[in-house]
Write a protein that binds this ligand. Structure first.
Ligand code: SAH
Length: 420
Protein backbone atom coordinates (compact mmCIF):
# COMPACT_ATOMS: atom_id res chain seq x y z
CA UNK A 1 0.00 0.00 0.00
CA UNK A 2 2.95 2.30 0.65
CA UNK A 3 3.84 3.13 -2.97
CA UNK A 4 0.20 3.62 -3.84
CA UNK A 5 -0.07 6.10 -1.05
CA UNK A 6 2.77 8.22 -2.35
CA UNK A 7 1.56 8.15 -5.96
CA UNK A 8 -2.13 8.34 -5.40
CA UNK A 9 -2.73 12.03 -5.93
CA UNK A 10 -1.15 12.25 -9.39
CA UNK A 11 -4.24 11.08 -11.26
CA UNK A 12 -7.05 11.77 -8.87
CA UNK A 13 -9.85 13.23 -11.01
CA UNK A 14 -13.36 12.03 -10.22
CA UNK A 15 -15.13 10.56 -13.28
CA UNK A 16 -18.03 13.05 -13.24
CA UNK A 17 -15.45 15.53 -14.56
CA UNK A 18 -14.23 14.49 -18.03
CA UNK A 19 -14.45 10.76 -17.27
CA UNK A 20 -14.94 8.34 -20.15
CA UNK A 21 -18.02 6.10 -20.35
CA UNK A 22 -16.30 3.21 -18.58
CA UNK A 23 -15.02 5.39 -15.72
CA UNK A 24 -18.48 6.91 -15.33
CA UNK A 25 -20.14 3.49 -15.22
CA UNK A 26 -17.70 2.34 -12.53
CA UNK A 27 -18.28 5.56 -10.58
CA UNK A 28 -22.03 5.01 -10.78
CA UNK A 29 -21.71 1.46 -9.46
CA UNK A 30 -19.31 2.43 -6.68
CA UNK A 31 -20.63 5.83 -5.66
CA UNK A 32 -23.83 7.29 -7.14
CA UNK A 33 -25.85 4.11 -7.06
CA UNK A 34 -26.56 4.28 -3.33
CA UNK A 35 -27.75 7.91 -3.59
CA UNK A 36 -30.44 6.75 -6.02
CA UNK A 37 -32.03 4.82 -3.11
CA UNK A 38 -34.55 6.53 -0.84
CA UNK A 39 -33.22 4.31 1.93
CA UNK A 40 -29.88 6.12 1.82
CA UNK A 41 -31.40 9.61 1.43
CA UNK A 42 -33.63 8.93 4.44
CA UNK A 43 -30.58 8.18 6.58
CA UNK A 44 -29.35 11.72 5.92
CA UNK A 45 -32.81 13.21 6.38
CA UNK A 46 -33.05 11.53 9.79
CA UNK A 47 -29.76 13.06 10.99
CA UNK A 48 -31.13 15.85 13.15
CA UNK A 49 -27.85 17.64 13.81
CA UNK A 50 -27.37 17.85 10.05
CA UNK A 51 -30.96 18.90 9.37
CA UNK A 52 -31.10 21.52 12.15
CA UNK A 53 -27.86 23.17 10.98
CA UNK A 54 -28.97 23.47 7.33
CA UNK A 55 -32.50 24.47 8.31
CA UNK A 56 -31.36 27.34 10.51
CA UNK A 57 -28.71 28.34 7.98
CA UNK A 58 -31.27 28.66 5.18
CA UNK A 59 -34.65 29.43 6.74
CA UNK A 60 -33.03 31.39 9.60
CA UNK A 61 -31.39 33.70 7.03
CA UNK A 62 -34.49 34.25 4.89
CA UNK A 63 -33.55 37.93 4.58
CA UNK A 64 -30.47 36.84 2.60
CA UNK A 65 -32.30 34.25 0.44
CA UNK A 66 -35.16 36.62 -0.45
CA UNK A 67 -35.36 37.13 -4.25
CA UNK A 68 -32.05 35.37 -4.86
CA UNK A 69 -30.98 32.81 -7.46
CA UNK A 70 -29.89 29.68 -5.61
CA UNK A 71 -28.27 26.43 -6.74
CA UNK A 72 -28.44 23.22 -4.69
CA UNK A 73 -25.51 21.06 -5.77
CA UNK A 74 -26.56 17.43 -5.31
CA UNK A 75 -30.17 18.00 -4.26
CA UNK A 76 -30.95 14.33 -3.53
CA UNK A 77 -34.53 14.25 -2.24
CA UNK A 78 -34.66 18.04 -2.67
CA UNK A 79 -34.92 19.11 0.95
CA UNK A 80 -32.44 22.00 0.83
CA UNK A 81 -34.02 23.35 -2.36
CA UNK A 82 -37.47 23.34 -0.71
CA UNK A 83 -36.07 25.31 2.24
CA UNK A 84 -34.42 27.82 -0.11
CA UNK A 85 -37.78 28.35 -1.86
CA UNK A 86 -39.55 28.66 1.50
CA UNK A 87 -36.93 31.23 2.52
CA UNK A 88 -38.03 33.39 -0.40
CA UNK A 89 -35.58 32.60 -3.21
CA UNK A 90 -36.69 33.83 -6.64
CA UNK A 91 -35.29 30.79 -8.45
CA UNK A 92 -33.71 27.58 -7.21
CA UNK A 93 -31.83 25.14 -9.46
CA UNK A 94 -31.79 21.72 -7.81
CA UNK A 95 -29.10 19.66 -9.54
CA UNK A 96 -28.97 15.89 -9.05
CA UNK A 97 -27.07 13.24 -10.98
CA UNK A 98 -29.14 10.18 -10.09
CA UNK A 99 -32.77 9.27 -10.65
CA UNK A 100 -33.40 10.67 -7.18
CA UNK A 101 -34.04 13.82 -9.26
CA UNK A 102 -37.41 12.31 -10.23
CA UNK A 103 -38.36 11.91 -6.56
CA UNK A 104 -37.16 15.47 -5.90
CA UNK A 105 -39.51 16.76 -8.59
CA UNK A 106 -42.45 15.10 -6.81
CA UNK A 107 -41.33 16.63 -3.52
CA UNK A 108 -41.37 20.12 -5.12
CA UNK A 109 -44.93 19.68 -6.37
CA UNK A 110 -46.13 18.20 -3.07
CA UNK A 111 -44.72 21.22 -1.26
CA UNK A 112 -46.02 23.78 -3.75
CA UNK A 113 -42.62 25.13 -4.78
CA UNK A 114 -42.48 23.69 -8.32
CA UNK A 115 -42.67 27.15 -9.92
CA UNK A 116 -39.60 28.32 -8.03
CA UNK A 117 -37.49 25.15 -8.04
CA UNK A 118 -36.26 23.68 -11.32
CA UNK A 119 -34.86 20.20 -10.86
CA UNK A 120 -32.06 19.49 -13.35
CA UNK A 121 -30.91 15.90 -13.66
CA UNK A 122 -27.24 15.64 -14.59
CA UNK A 123 -23.69 16.05 -13.34
CA UNK A 124 -23.24 19.60 -12.11
CA UNK A 125 -20.00 19.61 -14.12
CA UNK A 126 -22.02 19.15 -17.31
CA UNK A 127 -25.35 20.94 -16.94
CA UNK A 128 -26.34 24.30 -18.41
CA UNK A 129 -28.78 26.73 -16.79
CA UNK A 130 -31.88 27.83 -18.74
CA UNK A 131 -30.58 31.41 -18.74
CA UNK A 132 -32.85 32.82 -21.42
CA UNK A 133 -35.97 30.98 -20.36
CA UNK A 134 -35.56 32.24 -16.79
CA UNK A 135 -34.47 35.74 -17.90
CA UNK A 136 -31.16 35.56 -16.05
CA UNK A 137 -28.89 38.45 -16.98
CA UNK A 138 -25.49 37.08 -18.03
CA UNK A 139 -22.68 38.15 -15.72
CA UNK A 140 -20.71 40.93 -17.36
CA UNK A 141 -17.37 39.62 -16.06
CA UNK A 142 -15.25 36.99 -17.81
CA UNK A 143 -17.77 34.25 -17.22
CA UNK A 144 -21.37 34.99 -18.30
CA UNK A 145 -22.76 31.89 -16.52
CA UNK A 146 -21.79 33.22 -13.07
CA UNK A 147 -25.37 34.19 -12.24
CA UNK A 148 -26.06 32.31 -9.00
CA UNK A 149 -26.24 34.29 -5.73
CA UNK A 150 -26.05 31.37 -3.29
CA UNK A 151 -24.81 27.79 -3.65
CA UNK A 152 -26.16 25.43 -1.02
CA UNK A 153 -24.81 21.90 -0.88
CA UNK A 154 -24.41 18.99 1.44
CA UNK A 155 -21.29 17.50 -0.10
CA UNK A 156 -19.33 16.37 2.97
CA UNK A 157 -18.18 12.78 3.44
CA UNK A 158 -16.51 10.87 6.25
CA UNK A 159 -13.62 12.93 7.64
CA UNK A 160 -14.89 15.70 5.34
CA UNK A 161 -13.15 14.75 2.10
CA UNK A 162 -14.20 11.14 1.50
CA UNK A 163 -16.37 10.80 -1.65
CA UNK A 164 -14.48 13.73 -3.29
CA UNK A 165 -17.72 15.54 -4.03
CA UNK A 166 -15.88 18.73 -3.13
CA UNK A 167 -14.38 18.67 -6.65
CA UNK A 168 -17.88 18.94 -8.13
CA UNK A 169 -18.79 21.76 -5.75
CA UNK A 170 -15.67 23.77 -6.60
CA UNK A 171 -16.31 23.36 -10.32
CA UNK A 172 -19.95 24.43 -9.85
CA UNK A 173 -18.80 27.45 -7.82
CA UNK A 174 -16.31 28.58 -10.45
CA UNK A 175 -18.81 28.20 -13.27
CA UNK A 176 -22.05 29.47 -11.73
CA UNK A 177 -21.48 31.59 -8.60
CA UNK A 178 -21.16 35.36 -8.74
CA UNK A 179 -17.47 35.69 -7.83
CA UNK A 180 -17.64 38.58 -5.36
CA UNK A 181 -21.24 38.83 -4.18
CA UNK A 182 -21.95 35.08 -4.14
CA UNK A 183 -22.34 32.99 -0.99
CA UNK A 184 -21.37 29.37 -0.33
CA UNK A 185 -23.44 27.43 2.24
CA UNK A 186 -21.56 26.02 4.11
CA UNK A 187 -19.07 28.88 3.93
CA UNK A 188 -16.17 27.32 5.82
CA UNK A 189 -15.27 23.75 6.83
CA UNK A 190 -12.64 22.47 9.26
CA UNK A 191 -11.06 19.07 9.86
CA UNK A 192 -10.14 18.11 13.43
CA UNK A 193 -7.89 15.39 14.79
CA UNK A 194 -7.35 14.23 18.38
CA UNK A 195 -5.94 11.35 20.45
CA UNK A 196 -8.74 9.20 21.88
CA UNK A 197 -9.31 6.33 24.25
CA UNK A 198 -11.67 3.60 23.08
CA UNK A 199 -10.18 0.30 24.17
CA UNK A 200 -13.31 -1.77 23.62
CA UNK A 201 -13.34 -1.07 19.90
CA UNK A 202 -9.58 -1.28 19.52
CA UNK A 203 -9.53 -4.68 21.22
CA UNK A 204 -12.53 -5.90 19.25
CA UNK A 205 -10.75 -5.12 15.98
CA UNK A 206 -7.59 -6.87 17.11
CA UNK A 207 -9.64 -9.84 18.24
CA UNK A 208 -11.56 -10.05 14.96
CA UNK A 209 -8.25 -10.07 13.14
CA UNK A 210 -6.92 -12.82 15.40
CA UNK A 211 -10.09 -14.86 14.87
CA UNK A 212 -9.86 -14.47 11.10
CA UNK A 213 -6.33 -15.89 11.11
CA UNK A 214 -7.30 -18.70 13.48
CA UNK A 215 -10.13 -19.57 11.12
CA UNK A 216 -7.70 -19.54 8.19
CA UNK A 217 -5.50 -22.18 9.85
CA UNK A 218 -8.48 -24.41 10.43
CA UNK A 219 -9.64 -23.90 6.86
CA UNK A 220 -6.20 -24.60 5.33
CA UNK A 221 -5.79 -27.74 7.43
CA UNK A 222 -9.30 -28.92 6.50
CA UNK A 223 -8.83 -28.25 2.78
CA UNK A 224 -5.64 -30.27 2.82
CA UNK A 225 -7.09 -33.19 4.75
CA UNK A 226 -10.47 -33.36 3.07
CA UNK A 227 -9.72 -32.28 -0.48
CA UNK A 228 -5.99 -32.94 -0.81
CA UNK A 229 -4.95 -29.40 -1.79
CA UNK A 230 -2.40 -27.33 0.15
CA UNK A 231 -3.54 -23.69 0.39
CA UNK A 232 -0.91 -22.57 2.90
CA UNK A 233 0.98 -20.74 0.14
CA UNK A 234 -1.84 -18.13 0.30
CA UNK A 235 -1.60 -17.51 4.04
CA UNK A 236 0.64 -14.45 3.80
CA UNK A 237 -1.69 -12.78 1.28
CA UNK A 238 -4.79 -13.62 3.33
CA UNK A 239 -3.03 -12.23 6.38
CA UNK A 240 -2.24 -8.94 4.61
CA UNK A 241 -5.81 -8.63 3.38
CA UNK A 242 -7.31 -9.25 6.82
CA UNK A 243 -4.81 -6.98 8.54
CA UNK A 244 -5.70 -4.13 6.18
CA UNK A 245 -9.37 -4.73 6.83
CA UNK A 246 -9.29 -5.04 10.62
CA UNK A 247 -6.18 -3.16 11.75
CA UNK A 248 -5.33 -0.72 8.98
CA UNK A 249 -8.78 0.70 8.24
CA UNK A 250 -10.37 3.54 10.15
CA UNK A 251 -13.70 2.80 11.84
CA UNK A 252 -16.91 4.78 12.04
CA UNK A 253 -17.36 5.70 15.69
CA UNK A 254 -19.70 7.65 17.88
CA UNK A 255 -17.37 8.81 20.62
CA UNK A 256 -18.30 10.89 23.63
CA UNK A 257 -16.36 13.94 24.81
CA UNK A 258 -14.64 12.05 27.60
CA UNK A 259 -12.96 9.76 25.04
CA UNK A 260 -11.02 12.74 23.68
CA UNK A 261 -7.66 13.02 25.45
CA UNK A 262 -6.19 16.24 24.08
CA UNK A 263 -7.26 19.57 22.67
CA UNK A 264 -8.37 18.68 19.09
CA UNK A 265 -5.99 19.96 16.46
CA UNK A 266 -7.11 21.59 13.20
CA UNK A 267 -5.51 19.72 10.32
CA UNK A 268 -7.25 21.55 7.49
CA UNK A 269 -9.45 24.61 7.21
CA UNK A 270 -11.29 25.43 4.00
CA UNK A 271 -12.77 28.75 3.01
CA UNK A 272 -15.40 27.49 0.58
CA UNK A 273 -15.25 30.74 -1.40
CA UNK A 274 -11.60 30.27 -2.30
CA UNK A 275 -10.58 26.63 -1.79
CA UNK A 276 -9.19 24.78 -4.79
CA UNK A 277 -9.31 21.35 -6.41
CA UNK A 278 -5.82 20.86 -4.97
CA UNK A 279 -7.29 21.34 -1.45
CA UNK A 280 -9.81 18.65 -2.24
CA UNK A 281 -7.05 16.18 -3.12
CA UNK A 282 -6.18 15.69 0.55
CA UNK A 283 -3.68 16.84 3.13
CA UNK A 284 0.02 16.87 2.32
CA UNK A 285 2.89 16.67 4.77
CA UNK A 286 3.93 20.22 3.93
CA UNK A 287 0.43 21.66 4.41
CA UNK A 288 0.20 24.45 6.94
CA UNK A 289 -1.99 22.54 9.38
CA UNK A 290 -0.99 18.91 8.87
CA UNK A 291 1.16 18.83 12.02
CA UNK A 292 -0.18 18.08 15.47
CA UNK A 293 1.11 18.23 19.01
CA UNK A 294 -0.89 16.85 21.92
CA UNK A 295 -0.03 16.99 25.61
CA UNK A 296 -1.85 14.53 27.84
CA UNK A 297 -1.57 14.61 31.63
CA UNK A 298 -1.62 11.01 32.83
CA UNK A 299 -2.98 12.01 36.26
CA UNK A 300 -6.17 13.55 34.96
CA UNK A 301 -6.79 11.78 31.64
CA UNK A 302 -8.51 8.45 31.46
CA UNK A 303 -6.18 6.51 29.17
CA UNK A 304 -4.67 4.60 27.54
CA UNK A 305 -4.50 6.23 24.11
CA UNK A 306 -6.19 3.78 21.74
CA UNK A 307 -5.56 5.81 18.59
CA UNK A 308 -6.60 9.02 16.89
CA UNK A 309 -9.92 10.22 15.67
CA UNK A 310 -10.87 12.67 12.92
CA UNK A 311 -14.04 14.65 12.21
CA UNK A 312 -15.14 17.99 10.76
CA UNK A 313 -17.26 21.06 11.40
CA UNK A 314 -19.10 23.30 8.94
CA UNK A 315 -19.91 27.01 9.34
CA UNK A 316 -22.59 28.99 7.57
CA UNK A 317 -21.44 32.55 8.04
CA UNK A 318 -20.39 35.73 6.18
CA UNK A 319 -17.60 35.63 3.64
CA UNK A 320 -14.16 36.27 5.08
CA UNK A 321 -12.08 36.43 1.89
CA UNK A 322 -10.80 39.71 0.45
CA UNK A 323 -13.07 39.60 -2.63
CA UNK A 324 -16.20 38.77 -0.69
CA UNK A 325 -15.78 41.12 2.27
CA UNK A 326 -18.01 44.10 1.68
CA UNK A 327 -19.37 42.70 -1.61
CA UNK A 328 -21.34 39.67 -0.40
CA UNK A 329 -24.38 39.89 1.90
CA UNK A 330 -23.64 39.68 5.62
CA UNK A 331 -25.04 36.62 7.43
CA UNK A 332 -26.74 37.89 10.56
CA UNK A 333 -27.61 34.48 11.96
CA UNK A 334 -24.63 32.15 11.45
CA UNK A 335 -25.29 28.42 11.77
CA UNK A 336 -22.89 25.66 12.72
CA UNK A 337 -22.63 21.90 12.34
CA UNK A 338 -20.21 19.74 14.29
CA UNK A 339 -19.68 16.04 13.73
CA UNK A 340 -17.35 15.88 16.74
CA UNK A 341 -17.73 13.79 19.90
CA UNK A 342 -19.10 16.79 21.84
CA UNK A 343 -22.18 17.02 19.65
CA UNK A 344 -23.84 13.60 19.72
CA UNK A 345 -24.98 11.47 16.79
CA UNK A 346 -24.52 12.43 13.17
CA UNK A 347 -24.50 9.91 10.33
CA UNK A 348 -20.88 10.95 9.67
CA UNK A 349 -19.76 10.05 13.19
CA UNK A 350 -15.99 10.19 13.64
CA UNK A 351 -13.36 8.14 11.85
CA UNK A 352 -11.09 6.46 14.38
CA UNK A 353 -7.63 5.19 13.51
CA UNK A 354 -6.69 2.56 16.10
CA UNK A 355 -3.07 1.96 17.12
CA UNK A 356 -1.90 -1.66 16.93
CA UNK A 357 -1.22 -1.42 20.67
CA UNK A 358 -2.39 1.16 23.23
CA UNK A 359 -0.13 3.99 24.40
CA UNK A 360 -0.13 3.90 28.23
CA UNK A 361 -0.72 7.01 30.31
CA UNK A 362 1.00 7.08 33.67
CA UNK A 363 0.10 8.99 36.81
CA UNK A 364 2.41 11.91 37.48
CA UNK A 365 3.71 11.83 33.94
CA UNK A 366 2.82 13.93 30.93
CA UNK A 367 2.81 12.31 27.50
CA UNK A 368 3.52 14.46 24.48
CA UNK A 369 2.57 13.20 21.03
CA UNK A 370 4.02 15.01 18.06
CA UNK A 371 3.42 14.16 14.42
CA UNK A 372 1.54 14.86 11.22
CA UNK A 373 -1.38 13.58 9.16
CA UNK A 374 -1.33 13.02 5.43
CA UNK A 375 -4.36 12.15 3.37
CA UNK A 376 -4.30 11.10 -0.27
CA UNK A 377 -6.78 9.70 -2.76
CA UNK A 378 -6.28 6.02 -3.46
CA UNK A 379 -4.96 4.95 -6.81
CA UNK A 380 -7.88 2.59 -7.44
CA UNK A 381 -10.75 4.92 -6.57
CA UNK A 382 -10.50 8.71 -6.60
CA UNK A 383 -13.43 8.99 -4.19
CA UNK A 384 -11.56 7.13 -1.44
CA UNK A 385 -8.60 8.21 0.65
CA UNK A 386 -5.70 6.69 2.54
CA UNK A 387 -4.46 8.38 5.66
CA UNK A 388 -0.89 8.18 6.91
CA UNK A 389 -0.38 9.06 10.55
CA UNK A 390 3.18 9.61 11.71
CA UNK A 391 3.90 10.28 15.36
CA UNK A 392 6.44 9.99 18.14
CA UNK A 393 5.97 10.12 21.88
CA UNK A 394 7.90 11.50 24.84
CA UNK A 395 7.06 11.18 28.53
CA UNK A 396 8.16 13.55 31.26
CA UNK A 397 7.49 14.01 34.92
CA UNK A 398 4.51 16.38 35.04
CA UNK A 399 5.99 18.41 37.92
CA UNK A 400 9.22 18.98 35.99
CA UNK A 401 7.35 20.83 33.23
CA UNK A 402 8.09 21.15 29.50
CA UNK A 403 11.87 21.16 29.95
CA UNK A 404 12.03 18.33 32.45
CA UNK A 405 14.06 15.21 31.86
CA UNK A 406 12.69 12.91 29.17
CA UNK A 407 11.78 9.59 30.81
CA UNK A 408 10.94 7.87 27.57
CA UNK A 409 11.17 8.77 23.88
CA UNK A 410 9.67 6.52 21.22
CA UNK A 411 10.81 6.00 17.65
CA UNK A 412 8.85 7.70 14.94
CA UNK A 413 5.88 5.51 14.14
CA UNK A 414 4.10 5.67 10.78
CA UNK A 415 0.96 3.75 9.82
CA UNK A 416 -1.11 3.94 6.62
CA UNK A 417 -4.86 3.43 7.04
CA UNK A 418 -7.57 3.24 4.46
CA UNK A 419 -10.82 5.08 5.12
CA UNK A 420 -13.34 2.46 3.96
N1 SAH B 1 -28.95 17.69 -0.67
C1 SAH B 1 -29.48 16.43 -0.19
C2 SAH B 1 -28.61 15.22 -0.58
C3 SAH B 1 -27.15 15.28 -0.14
S1 SAH B 1 -26.22 13.85 -0.61
C4 SAH B 1 -29.66 16.50 1.30
O1 SAH B 1 -29.05 17.38 1.93
O2 SAH B 1 -30.41 15.71 1.88
C5 SAH B 1 -25.33 14.38 -2.01
C6 SAH B 1 -26.11 14.25 -3.32
O3 SAH B 1 -25.31 14.82 -4.34
C7 SAH B 1 -26.39 12.81 -3.76
O4 SAH B 1 -27.76 12.66 -4.00
C8 SAH B 1 -25.56 12.64 -5.03
O5 SAH B 1 -26.17 11.79 -6.00
C9 SAH B 1 -25.43 14.07 -5.54
N2 SAH B 1 -24.24 14.36 -6.35
C10 SAH B 1 -22.96 14.05 -6.06
N3 SAH B 1 -22.12 14.49 -7.01
C11 SAH B 1 -22.89 15.12 -7.94
C12 SAH B 1 -22.60 15.77 -9.18
N4 SAH B 1 -21.35 15.87 -9.62
N5 SAH B 1 -23.63 16.29 -9.88
C13 SAH B 1 -24.91 16.19 -9.42
N6 SAH B 1 -25.25 15.56 -8.27
C14 SAH B 1 -24.24 15.04 -7.53
Amino acid sequence: MSDDFVNASDTGEIPSFNGDAKAKATDFAQYFCSYAQLYHQKQMLADHNRMAAYHSAIVGNANVFKDKVVMDVGTGSGILAVWAAQAGARKVYAVEYTDMAKHAEKVMVANGVQDIVTVIQGAVEEIELPMEEDSLTPNDGDNPTQVVDIIISEWMGYFLLRESMLDSLIRARDKFLKPKAGLMFPSHTTMYFAPVTDENERKASAQDYGNAMCDWHEFAEGTKNTYGVDMSILEADFNREQKEYYMLSSRWSELTSDAVLGEPSIIKHLDMATCTIEDSRGVSKDAKDSKFEFTVDGSSANGPISGFSGWFTADFKSRTDVDGLGAAPVISYPAFLSTGPENGYTHWGQQTFYNPSPIPLLRGETTKIVGYVEMMRTKENSRLYNCRITHSITRRNTDAGEDGQVLHASHENSVIYQIP
